[in-house]
Design a protein around this ligand. Structure first.
Ligand SMILES: *Cc1c(COP(=O)(O)O)cnc(C)c1O
Length: 385
């Protein structure tokens, strides 16, 4: 089935990215494990670094889910981020939200900084800081919403408008929300980027990244970066992600319901200093989250009233939450950002943005909520004893 723009999200998630059945009647597409293609073929393929039927199917699917004209797939979220930053030139400025995924920060500071691309970090939840977009005239405004790991909610429509007036493109890393809960391009962003390793694939068995846009110039740049920088995924990973995204709507519903239940349970529990979840009324940007997203997604953060060793002990006592990096899979995971995902961020920077040693990030899976609650309860009882 091709792009039926009248169909609902769940229908598009299931039906997009099929095609290429030839005369076989196969309901699902094959994996095109080929590095090269015979010259002059009708579909215009030449070499897998610059295109493969599995990439095309995945790209069509992502465009359908993001409501975009174009999408380009990459080997990982970091590849997608590299593709976007590689379009800049020496002297260009990126104005970024100060709470960024650790590897995005590392790319700016340890790779692209050497080529003269400068990143400046500000708290974009404070509207008075948007003035800096008008004054500094950056090439790009970069944000995540919700942010990793603090779950700050950034006003995409408000910022995209200011950025457009200043001639800057707005890039939204939509990994934590997924296109099921939030579509940045409809809010005015220029690019919607995601690590498809997380919710879009949802099964923790492949890495991938995507960039969606309605701007043909940006689409050309992304396709160029895919082949020129060698950022393409393997056909098999593209196939896995095309399969994974078919159940995105179902999974996100369950992630949202489970996470909200656990967030409510943790809030006010002995030994927990604070809890943050976009759909809890105590969240500082609760109203904005309700407006901008159709659900709170599956990530909950909590601050334990404990030092690093006790916090890690709590994580290890959990039986259903595996202590591991990554998020967005059907299985629950727990992460200690200060020693894991954000270990590469200098401690002073980490503390300044609010990533304390007692901070825990739960990626709430699609298991039975009652079992997850019991698991957290027993681990808390053990370490608080
Ligand atoms: C994981 C993640 C990435 C990087 O994706 P990979 O697929 O691991 O390269 C980028 N942004 C956010 C918000 C992430 O959580």
């Amino acid at each position: 089935m091709t792009h039926d723009t009248d169909a609902g999200f769940g229908t598009q998630a299931v039906h997009s990215g099929r095609g290429y059945t030839g005369n076989t009647g196969a309901v699902m597409p094959p994996v095109y494990l080929t590095s090269t293609f015979e010259q002059g073929n009708a579909d215009g393929f030449d070499y897998t670094r610059s295109g493969n039927p599995n990439f095309r199917l995945l790209q069509e699917s992502i465009a359908a889910l993001e409501g975009s004209q174009f999408a380009t797939c990459f080997a990982s979220g970091v590849s997608a981020i590299t593709a976007v930053i590689s379009t800049l030139k020496s002297g260009d400025l990126v104005l970024a939200e100060e709470n960024l995924y650790g590897c995005t920060y590392r790319l700016f500071e340890r790779v692209f900084n050497k080529f003269g691309v400068q990143a400046r970090y500000v708290d974009l939840t404070r509207e008075e800081n948007w003035e800096q977009i008008r004054q500094a005239r950056p090439a790009l405004v970069w944000l995540e919403s919700p942010t990793n790991p603090l779950l700050k909610i950034i006003d995409i429509a408000g910022i995209a408008k200011v950025a457009a007036e200043a001639g800057a493109a707005t890039v939204v890393d939509n990994t934590f929300a997924s296109p099921y809960l939030q579509r940045p391009l409809e809010l005015g962003a220029t690019l919607s980027l995601a690590s498809s390793t997380k919710y879009i694939n949802g099964h923790s068995d492949a890495l991938g990244g995507v960039v969606a846009t309605n701007d043909p110039v940006w689409h050309k740049r992304m396709d160029f970066a895919q082949k020129a920088l060698g950022l393409q995924p393997s056909p098999f990973d593209a196939w896995l992600i095309t399969r994974g995204k078919r159940t995105l709507a179902l999974r996100m519903e369950r992630h949202c319901a489970n996470a909200l239940e656990l967030a409510r349970f943790l809030e006010g529990h002995a030994g927990i200093r604070s809890v943050r979840y976009p759909y809890l009324p105590s969240h500082p940007q609760y109203e904005l989250a309700r407006r901008q997203m159709s659900g709170g997604s599956g990530i909950v953060i909590a601050e334990l009233d404990a030092p690093t060793d006790k916090t890690l002990e709590f994580c290890r006592k959990l039986r259903l939450f595996t202590l591991a990096e990554s998020l967005g899979g059907v299985e629950s995971l727990v992460c200690h950002p200060a020693t894991m995902t954000h270990a590469g961020v200098p401690p002073s920077v980490r503390r300044a943005v609010g990533i304390s040693d007692g901070l825990i990030r739960f990626s709430v899976g699609v298991e039975d909520a009652a079992d997850l609650r019991r698991d957290i309860e027993q681990a808390l009882t053990e370490v608080l004893r």
